[in-house]
Design a protein around this ligand. Structure first.
Ligand code: SF4
Length: 414
């Protein structure tokens, strides 16, 4: 068989990996090579390049597939076995060498490695682990490693991945069982959630062990994450957020990533012809943020949705919720509880903390609050201060129109 040159394989396998959105490197432990020991750092230190895609995604990791050969046939995936794409494959040693070379040149801060399934899930998982082992053990690599794990692989292998990787992830792929069965017939929700459960328990046990024994091995210190594809099946935003909330609660996930389905070349006939607007993905991330940092639950996000269960695209979910529950406003910034302040559209967590600290000294005026928010226009109908009461503004029928801005659609791979 003719071997494809390395550069061409790099092009093929980096391009094939771009559909996976879950590449942020937050939350890992600090490791560095200060003192000339080892190579790399998980900190975003000096001289390490960062690049962001136009839609804000972090692309500073070397993001690769080990191979785009795959024995599975997920309809939404360009690498599925029935897809007519050029195939390529790296060895674990080649990926390790590329990572080290790019790291030394400050092109990247770590590695995000996934793979199509070759032969079977366990064999593929062994190759992914071997890549991480070469980096960590043979080269003392201390940079960030994110390994995609394969739920169908033997559980000891999935567990071994966590000993080398900072973050491990298993994609749930579709938010509903029906969607998974229809679009990823080789995958199985029970298996996926079983593997996530095993990983979650191993992460907690390793943390406990390290509290008691200083030299207990680390296990995926940046936790586990997952990704859901948005817009490939009929699931609406309320379904997606409900599923995400369940995953956070059950498996203690660090992050759920939402990836707008992108029509792929040579697409399967069961897929929609059009991608969902990217702003939909953005609204899901905002909702996720509201659940994790602002005290909203999945039911409240669903209340912010329109009748079809999807979040409005012209306004953010926090504003949508506030407009539906106007009886909860205005909120007195000088007296109200923190959880009520966090519900005010336009006020972030940091702004709320600053308000609570400042109001201990004196009564706050509208100008004081304006300094803590991007848009005082957005905030005015929902608060009162020493010198401001919105009176009828909060109940105006055209308030949504006054506060909404037409959003510009970004291109995912422009
Ligand atoms: S398992 Fe499915 S999603 Fe993963 S590479 Fe294969 S076809 Fe694509």
């Amino acid at each position: 068989m003719v071997q494809i040159p390395l550069l061409e394989r790099l092009e093929i396998l980096a391009d094939a990996a771009k559909y996976d959105a879950s590449c942020a490197s937050s939350g890992s432990v600090k490791r560095n090579s200060v003192g000339g020991k080892g190579l790399g750092s998980t900190d975003r230190g000096m001289g390490i390049c960062h690049a962001y895609a136009p839609d804000g995604r972090c692309i500073s990791l070397l993001k690769l597939l080990l191979t785009n050969h795959c024995v599975f046939d997920c309809h939404y995936c360009i690498n599925r076995k029935s897809s007519n794409v050029k195939r390529a494959r790296f060895t674990p040693q080649e990926v390790a060498d590329l990572t080290l070379t790019f790291y030394r040149r400050n092109y990247i801060e770590g590695l995000f490695l996934s793979s199509g399934i070759i032969k079977d899930a366990s064999h593929t998982m062994e190759l992914l682990i071997e890549t991480a082992r070469i980096l960590r053990e043979d080269n003392d690599f201390r940079g960030y490693i994110h390994l995609k794990t394969i739920p169908e692989a033997e559980s000891e292998l999935v567990a071994r991945a966590g000993l080398y990787a900072d973050r491990v992830s298993i994609n749930v792929e579709l938010p509903t069982d029906a969607g998974l069965k229809r679009l990823a017939p080789d995958k199985n929700r029970v298996q996926i959630e079983g593997a996530m459960g095993d990983l979650g328990r191993a992460i907690v046990e390793a943390k406990d062990a390290r509290k008691r024994f200083r030299h207990a091995p680390r296990f995926a210190p940046a936790g586990q994450s997952t990704q859901m594809i948005v817009g490939a099946d009929g699931a609406n935003d309320s379904d997606i957020i409900k599923r995400a909330s369940g995953l956070y609660g059950t498996h203690n996930l660090r992050r759920v990533y939402y990836s707008s389905f992108s029509p792929i070349p040579d697409a399967s006939a069961v897929l929609p012809l059009k991608r969902p607007p990217l702003i939909r993905e953005h609204r899901l991330y905002q909702s996720d943020w509201l659940m994790r940092f602002y005290g909203y639950n999945a039911g409240e996000i669903a209340q912010a949705a329109d009748d079809d269960g999807n979040l409005p695209l012209d306004i953010d979910p926090k504003l949508a919720w506030a407009l539906k529950f106007r009886e909860r406003f205005p909120v007195d910034v000088n007296r109200s509880a923190r959880e009520d302040l966090l519900r005010v559209p336009g006020l972030g967590v940091r702004g709320v903390n600053q308000i609570i600290a400042a109001r201990r000294q004196r009564g706050l005026r509208l100008d004081d609050v304006a300094k803590l928010t991007v848009s005082v226009t957005k905030i005015r109908p929902f608060i009162c201060t020493v010198d401001w009461r919105p009176s009828l503004l909060t109940d105006r029928a055209d308030l949504r129109k006054l506060l909404s801005r037409p959003e510009k659609q970004l291109e995912l791979f422009a």
